[in-house]
Design a protein around this ligand. Structure first.
Ligand SMILES: C[S@@+](CC[C@H](N)C(=O)[O-])C[C@H]1O[C@@H](n2cnc3c(N)ncnc32)[C@H](O)[C@@H]1O
Length: 218
């Protein structure tokens, strides 16, 4: 099915409202998905970019084997992330910056891994954001996404289609299908889909990993 568009101003307004309550509401609900994505990123290690880092809930999931940079569109969400950094508990977090994932200011091939937790379904142009993630990750590096993806069949799919209209102003897109991520990867000759895994306990969240093909030796 077609997904309804979200524009960037809707997302910014929505997250200005979410920021004060985000950790309390979304912390526990999304914990397993967030942890699974961070674990996959830690397995790669090195320089990790968190796209849509939000309030920095994932900071706890990394350690000194990693070097974390975060970006987010929302200043109120980043204020919360900076407060966490100021506690001194997260020396592996290098910086968080206000930046639109559609047009990042990083050089090509800067990061070993790019992680986007609960972000790709709510950006205005997911394909453009994926292409930016692909650009800034090194050849051989990975893009790791975790999200709820559209159920596609049955009662859950019907509920998600109904919820799509109701939740648009909250910056949510519950009817976003895996097929759209796959189509982006198939259209990019340097992108390899390496994993699509539903996460326990109920398979509500899916972890999707793309690899940027390593450059061929001359
Ligand atoms: C659901 S929250 C997820 C936050 C965090 N990743 C987590 O797991 O708690 C989505 C975040 O993506 C950010 N975001 C949405 N569109 C963005 C964009 N175009 N560029 C950068 N960040 C964006 C929002 O501001 C928000 O902080």
């Amino acid at each position: 099915m077609a997904t309804l568009d979200l524009d960037t101003s809707v997302v910014e307004n929505a997250y200005a409202r979410w920021a004060p309550i985000y950790d309390a509401v979304c912390g526990p609900v999304m914990l397993k998905g967030r942890r699974a994505a961070a674990a996959a990123a830690r397995a790669i290690g090195g320089k990790i970019l968190e796209v849509g880092v939000g309030t920095g809930l994932s900071f706890d999931d990394y350690d000194t084997t990693t070097d974390i940079t975060g970006i987010d569109l929302s200043a109120p969400m980043l204020d919360k992330a900076r407060a966490k950094m100021a506690s001194g508990r997260y020396p592996w977090v290098q910086s968080v910056q206000q930046m639109d994932a559609h047009a990042m200011s990083f050089d090509d091939a800067t990061f070993d891994c790019v992680v986007a937790q609960f972000v790709i379904t709510l950006v205005e142009n997911p394909e453009q954001v994926l292409s930016e993630c692909h650009r800034v990750v090194k050849p051989g590096g990975r893009i790791i996404l975790v999200n709820h993806l559209y159920s596609e069949t049955g009662l859950a799919a019907a509920v998600e289609r109904w919820a799509a209209v109701k939740t648009r102003a909250m910056g949510l897109r519950p009817e976003f299908p895996f097929a759209r991520l796959q189509a982006w990867s198939q259209s990019n000759s340097e992108s390899i889909l390496v994993e699509r895994r539903k996460l326990a306990p109920f398979g509500i969240y899916t972890l999707v990993t793309f690899e940027r093909a390593a450059a061929l030796a001359a």
